[in-house]
Write a protein that binds this ligand. Structure first.
Ligand SMILES: Cc1cc2nc3c(=O)[nH]c(=O)nc-3n(C[C@H](O)[C@H](O)[C@H](O)COP(=O)(O)O)c2cc1C
Length: 378
């Protein structure tokens, strides 16, 4: 077993252990992947101010996100098909997040269902909602999330239609993989993954199969999904979803100041500056570049979170310094999960926490809540 010291180590291990179509599904962006790359590289352009001879004892990264205590301002992002990176992936990631004291967000397009994750965790998790044309189904998903005691609803607004990722088309992405010759040859090189999958009943979209009339196998499900995402989604829908949910509401996928103002008007508790990890509009600005203008415009009226490109605790520190009161990690946790299951996700959280804590200290601060943009060089 190699010594794991950073997220990149876990990415490499995941690449070896996860079937190609699912590894590629995570490690890709839309079209030319320029936004996907910029999300990461624009963090590198921000430089930290080193301070010395400051008492660095008694440090704390603890804070709150939408009023909930968190060990650090980091949540696990909602990611579809997480149970295909590793058997029972959503349950294992939720358990690792719970043990660490950060929120786990379950995607609508998860393999493990809302009820299944609730049955295997003891503190509330968050649920991410995609809006589909069948409003009856959306209402039932909201009710199921309430019944499972989810403590926040993350409503994704940037996927009314699906961006194109070349690799998913070329690989013929499906869950479970179809038994084509190319897939069988690839799966033969992933014995750990195959054993895990043989040992679990969770191999389909758990929130959907069995809950939507006429959808009981994967063939009809993929057609159904492609047809169901609602291109007509509007702010009126946000209003009825908010009312039906009645709890903490977080709007995901805001990149523009005008949309941020509309998010404030909607009465949501938080917004996430996000371009879906560079998976939707290729050519959009990176999230870390979009963040400051949105914080400037609405930061005093709504809690601003961000995601996209976070691969280290230093990235979390920089985002916090620019006004993000929470960050979400997508690929970083998927790599840990694909590499090593639950201990891999725990490792990701430990690595990010340690990098955040040490970098904060090197910048001469002991509490994350005291960090502001003065830790960054102009
Ligand atoms: C494999 C994968 C699947 C995703 N599925 C969803 C999803 O089901 N719902 C959603 O709102 N966002 C989804 N996202 C976007 C993430 O929530 C998040 O915005 C993005 O991953 C952040 O960028 P990062 O991966 O660089 O951390 C997905 C991202 C990835 C990488």
């Amino acid at each position: 077993m190699p010594v794991i010291t950073c997220i990149e180590d876990l990415r490499q291990l995941a690449q070896r252990r996860v079937p190609r179509m699912f590894y590629d599904y995570a490690d890709s962006g839309s079209w030319t992947e320029s936004t996907y790359r910029a999300n990461e590289s624009d963090f590198q352009a921000l430089k930290l101010r080193q301070r010395v001879a400051v008492n660095m004892e008694h440090r704390s990264t603890a804070t709150t996100m939408v009023g909930q205590q968190v060990a650090m301002p980091v949540a696990l992002a909602p990611t579809g098909l997480t149970g295909m990176q590793h058997a029972d992936g959503e349950i294992l990631a939720a358990q690792a997040a719970e043990a660490f004291g950060v929120p786990f967000t379950l995607s609508t397009m998860s393999i493990c269902s809302i009820e299944d994750v609730a049955a295997h965790t003891s503190s509330p998790f968050w649920f991410q909602l995609y809006v589909m044309k069948d409003r009856g189904f959306i209402a039932s998903l909201i009710d199921r999330a309430k019944a499972a005691r989810c403590s926040a609803l993350v409503l994704t607004l940037d996927l009314q239609i699906l961006g194109q990722r070349h690799k998913d088309l070329k690989n013929g992405l499906s869950a479970p993989p179809k038994p084509t010759l190319a897939n069988l040859i690839n799966l033969a090189t992933k014995p750990r993954w195959c054993l895990g999958m043989l040992g679990t009943p969770r191999r389909q979209f758990g929130n959907i199969v069995g809950h939507v009339k006429g959808v009981d196998d994967m063939g009809s499900l993929s057609d159904w999904t492609a047809k169901q995402f609602d291109p007509a989604l509007s702010w009126d829908d946000v209003a009825w979803i908010k009312e039906r949910w009645g709890g903490k509401l977080i709007l995901k996928g805001i990149q523009d100041v005008e949309d941020a103002r509309l998010a404030v008007q909607s009465g949501a508790d938080a917004l996430i500056v996000s371009n879906h990890g560079g998976r939707q509009l290729d050519g959009a600005e990176s999230s870390i570049r979009a963040l400051p203008a949105i914080v400037e415009a609405v930061g005093s009226e709504i809690e601003v979170h961000m995601d996209g490109g976070i691969r280290s605790g230093q990235d979390v520190l920089k985002a916090w310094a620019l006004g993000a009161r929470g960050c979400y990690i997508g690929r970083a946790f998927l790599y840990g999960l694909g590499a090593m299951g639950r201990p891999g996700v725990a490792k990701v959280l430990e690595i990010i926490h340690k990098e955040l804590d040490l970098s904060m200290a090197f910048c001469g601060r002991t509490r994350i809540t005291d960090v502001d943009k003065s830790i960054l060089l102009k």
